[in-house]
Design a protein around this ligand. Structure first.
Ligand SMILES: [Mg+2]
Length: 251
């Protein structure tokens, strides 16, 4: 992705070595607890920018001749032209008229945080193969996402299935936020300790530095990995033990 690198990434060779090492830790030891790998979805296993891009195209199609300029700019949105925050994306596209921005935000919000458009998400490179490798080695996969169960649960399950991630089979769990209004970081801090009931957490993956730090604190024996894709502006410094990778390519 095009976000500037702010955290030192492992080299491609180090990334490959780390991912292989984690797969090796997914093999259960005889008589020991089942290894567990925790994955965030948006910005970690999945790139949701195609979702926003398509929603902006749909919004453009609703605009009339008075908004011709904004319509043309929005219709030209591509996943790689988008920032983390919608307001920044609109500014990048040159859409600045307050009334259009307000309408675009409302239109986007209603669709971005809902089941239907989740079908547009794509995997972060290598994500499916890596998740499958962990699962096949013997780990339980927990997809722990800041998406909420009431509005996004069904679409998330369908998207995981359609992209080829292990889901709906033994050794997989999908954990969602009970309420859309809860901030993601607070949710992971609150629910994170409950993950240990599933087994021994060997690795956690997230694209938010704050979540990587929190999950590492809760599971000091795990490997905490930041996907350096996109994250909230103003993210905290990363704990020095968190590893930083670009994607899941391990070949
Ligand atoms: Mg995320």
């Amino acid at each position: 992705m095009s976000t500037p690198v702010k955290y030192p990434r492992l080299s491609a060779a180090e990334q490959r070595a780390l991912l292989h090492q984690i797969v090796a830790r997914c093999r259960p030891e005889k008589g020991g607890p089942t290894p567990v790998v925790v994955f965030d979805l948006d910005g970690t296993l999945m790139d949701n920018r195609p979702r926003t891009s398509e929603i902006l195209h749909e919004f453009a199609a609703t605009l009339g001749p008075a908004d011709h300029d904004a319509q043309a700019r929005l219709a030209g949105a591509t996943p790689s032209s988008l920032a983390y925050l919608l307001t920044d994306s609109l500014a990048r596209l040159g859409v600045t008229r307050t009334d259009v921005v307000g309408r675009a935000e409302a239109f986007w919000k209603e669709r971005f945080f809902a089941d239907e458009h989740l079908r547009l998400d794509v995997e972060v490179a290598g994500g499916v193969a890596f998740a499958r490798a962990c699962h096949e080695a013997g780990a339980i996969l927990i997809y722990m996402t800041g998406r909420d169960l009431p509005l996004m649960g069904i679409g998330t399950f369908r998207s995981l299935r359609d992209l080829g991630f292990p889901i709906g089979v033994p050794g997989t769990e999908l954990v969602l936020k009970p309420d859309a209004a809860m901030p993601d970081e607070a949710y992971k801090r609150l629910e994170g300790p409950k993950l240990a009931r599933v087994g021994k957490i060997v690795a956690v993956f997230d694209n938010e530095p704050a979540n990587c730090n929190t999950l590492l604190e809760m599971n000091p024996d795990s490997v905490s990995v930041l996907l350096d894709t996109q994250h909230l502006p103003g993210a905290p410094p990363l704990h020095p033990d968190v590893k930083v990778i670009a994607d899941f390519v391990m070949a």
